[in-house]
Design a protein around this ligand. Structure first.
Ligand SMILES: [Zn+2]
Length: 295
């Protein structure tokens, strides 16, 4: 009881701090970030990350709001690029003078195909979808859905046919491992298997090489990075919050989560320009496992 009470108190304190830090500093910092974006010649790159786009499911972005976000990015002359383009152009100076943006989706829910893909096609935009290959074409829902109400049709994952169709259109696919485990808890053999097997499985189905990884839960370590490099990955997305400057390491790309908390285009805009970067980074550093200390 005592432990539970303390935990509940901790969670409340965390929530309170999280909310206060975000709400106060993002509004104060917003004009500074707008100025910074206008004044400096090098532009940091937002990699946005979504899970779901659906009118039905909980914890998902409404398709209409998703379309508004894409339309706004287009209007602001953002260029939608893949991770392949990011890595092939990032050493060029011109690259850091453009408005580039990357969209990423984790897990591979079927709603990515049903609701996000048509919008992306309409606006000639692209994205990268990270697949946990065990769940593709599988009736099995993700483990954390077990406790959800029994609306299984809303938890369907992508099929290989849908993946192939999107890949042919130009959507990029990356690895989110096979089983979506905490990679830092695996022994070397298990870790290697999770990393190479998913890469190979996706390549077999889409006929294109898979060079980018996304860490499940955003948890990684130096050992995870070393093995990922060893099995051939060229870069990886973390869940560290923020924009990417030129010096962000290839295996620790930062991302900006776009979830249900974002209700207005102005809030979306503040995130894209980096107004939330500092407060959320501090929060992550203090309270989460998403920013590991790499020895
Ligand atoms: Zn995930």
């Amino acid at each position: 009881m005592v432990i539970n009470g303390n935990l509940a108190k901790m969670t409340l304190v965390n929530k309170f701090l999280n909310w206060t830090i975000r709400a106060s500093t993002s509004s104060i910092l917003c004009p500074i970030y707008v100025f910074k974006r206008m004044a400096f010649s090098e532009k940091s790159i937002p990699i946005l990350y979504y899970h779901r786009v659906s009118p039905h499911a909980v914890e998902s972005v409404n398709p209409e709001f998703f379309e508004q976000q894409i339309r706004w990015l287009k209007k602001e002359n953002y260029r939608f690029i893949s991770l392949k383009e990011y890595f092939s152009e990032k050493d060029e100076n011109y690259f850091w003078k453009q408005n580039n943006v990357l969209l990423t989706f984790d897990e591979g829910y079927e709603d990515n195909y049903l609701y996000a893909y048509p919008v992306l096609k309409r606006y000639k935009a692209t994205c990268t979808i990270f697949l946990a290959t065990y769940y593709v074409d599988n009736e099995c829902i993700m483990p954390w859905h077990e406790f959800q109400p029994s609306a299984n049709e809303y938890f369907r994952m992508l099929s290989w046919d849908q993946i192939k169709e999107m890949s042919e259109f130009g959507i990029e696919f990356g690895s989110h491992t096979v089983n979506h485990p905490d990679l830092t808890s695996l022994d070397d053999a298990e870790l290697r298997e999770e990393l190479w097997k998913s890469r190979k499985t996706i390549k077999t189905h889409i006929g294109k090489s898979v060079n980018f990884l996304c860490y499940p839960f955003g948890w990684y370590s130096k050992r995870v990075i070393d093995v990922a490099k060893e099995v051939g990955y060229k870069g990886a997305c973390s869940s560290i919050y923020g924009l990417n400057r030129r010096d962000v390491p290839s295996f620790e790309l930062r991302r900006i989560y776009i979830g249900t908390k974002i209700q207005t285009l102005f809030d979306f805009y503040k995130r894209v320009i980096g107004a939330y970067d500092i407060p959320i980074y501090i929060y992550q550093k203090l309270f989460t496992r998403e920013i590991p200390r790499l020895e």
